[in-house]
Design a protein around this ligand. Structure first.
Ligand SMILES: Cc1ncc(COP(=O)(O)O)c(C=O)c1O
Length: 369
């Protein structure tokens, strides 16, 4: 029998997330040397993993015959100390992506709705559709492409269970003022869980809203963070959420027993101790953004101001064609045709940014010829 007849009908329409293209794949496809390819497509850390995280991971390899600690005891203790929250307010995930999925599993189902921006992180919609719930995509209007919090609040009704908000947001790189987010959170009815996705928050740390006092006051807010970006541990898959203990308790009910592998647990624990590395990455990112913005201005290309580790550039007539041209030259970026003539590029090292700008210039010249 055709397996589709057996599947849950709503899953037949479920889109599949397309990931940034891996280096090895591009190298094979175009006969390039993998060492000459710059992957600036998935907002990874161009400076490698946190050295302390890497050392801890190498050490932990010796014990991979054992299951990991299913309760992530040591990592939760470290996060609790670092963020000054109680252990029962924390759950760790196989990447923050898994946390988003688990949150959807707990709070969404047929007849419920989740509100998100129409240029929000793609997983919000996928997680919602996977639960056979309805995604309500609120327009993030051009040219700024930022969230419209008033429109999002107006979209709330009695079926709403979750609002997904990333700050800064991916792919747009836009951010909201801390006070706007705090006011928004306080204005929501109690049956709506506000998920603040803080995947890129460390890049803007001082200007990000502190949601913890509102959580302490009992507001239904979940803050998700990841070790994939500023800590450089994307390949290990580890992130965490902070919320009210009752909400965290519900997420544990759908959590797989050993969802976070042992290498990830110790590496994330050690990476938290590596705030010197975090500072260095943050500083380099600011320089890299300036380099890219100057480059775009020299090429006459508009862009969305960003302080995250990626930026959207416009004026790329055919984003998919540009993506193809650039990858043949060894730079993998992320086309954003849904935002118009746009590409998203991750901030790389100074040399990677230079190569990208040179390749982009070469592409634009093919259009003039
Ligand atoms: C806004 C946002 N949230 C969450 C994630 C998921 O990150 P991870 O699963 O690696 O923690 C990403 C990854 O790119 C992201 O951009």
């Amino acid at each position: 029998m055709n397996a589709e007849k057996l599947a849950q009908p709503h899953l037949l329409k479920q889109p599949i997330y397309v990931t940034g293209k891996p280096i090895a794949y591009t190298a094979r496809e175009f006969g390039l040397n993998p060492n000459e390819i710059d992957k600036l497509a998935s907002n990874e850390n161009p400076f490698g993993p946190s050295p302390k995280g890497l050392a801890a991971a190498q050490e932990a390899l010796k014990e991979i015959n054992l299951y990991p600690d299913g309760g992530c005891y040591d990592l939760i203790s470290k996060i609790s100390e670092f963020r000054n929250v109680r252990r029962e307010q924390i759950v760790v995930g196989n990447g923050s992506n898994e946390l988003l999925d688990m949150i959807a599993q707990v709070f969404l189902g047929p007849g419920t709705e989740a509100i998100m921006g129409n240029h929000g992180f793609a997983v919000y919609k996928l997680a919602t559709l996977a639960m056979n719930a309805t995604p309500v995509e609120v327009e993030m209007p051009a040219p700024g492409f930022n969230y419209n919090l008033d429109a999002m609040r107006n979209a709330v009704n009695e079926k709403t269970r979750i609002i997904f908000l990333a700050n800064p947001n991916n792919p747009t790189g836009t951010e909201l003022k801390a006070q706007e987010i705090l006011d928004f959170a306080e204005s929501l009815p109690e049956h709506v869980i506000l998920v603040i996705d803080e995947a890129y928050t460390e890049f803007i740390e001082a200007d990000a809203p502190n949601m913890l006092p509102l959580i302490e006051k009992g507001r239904p807010i979940i803050c998700c963070r990841t070790f994939s970006k500023i800590y450089g541990l994307a390949g290990l898959r580890v992130g965490y959420a902070i919320s009210r203990p009752d909400i965290i308790g519900l997420i544990h009910r759908v959590r797989e027993p050993f969802n976070v592998n042992s290498i990830a647990q110790v590496a994330a624990n050690a990476a938290i101790e590596d705030q010197g590395f975090v500072e260095k990455v943050r500083g380099n990112n600011i320089q890299g953004l300036t380099q890219l913005k100057n480059g775009f201005e020299a090429l006459g290309l508009p862009y969305i101001p960003s302080r995250a580790n990626f930026i959207v550039v416009f004026g790329i007539q055919a984003p998919l064609e540009a993506f193809d041209f650039l990858q043949r030259k060894g730079t993998i970026v992320r086309p954003q045709p849904q935002m118009g003539q746009a590409l998203r590029v991750t901030v790389g090292t100074a040399a990677q940014n230079d190569r990208f700008l040179a390749n982009l210039k070469a592409y634009l010249e093919t259009k003039k010829a």
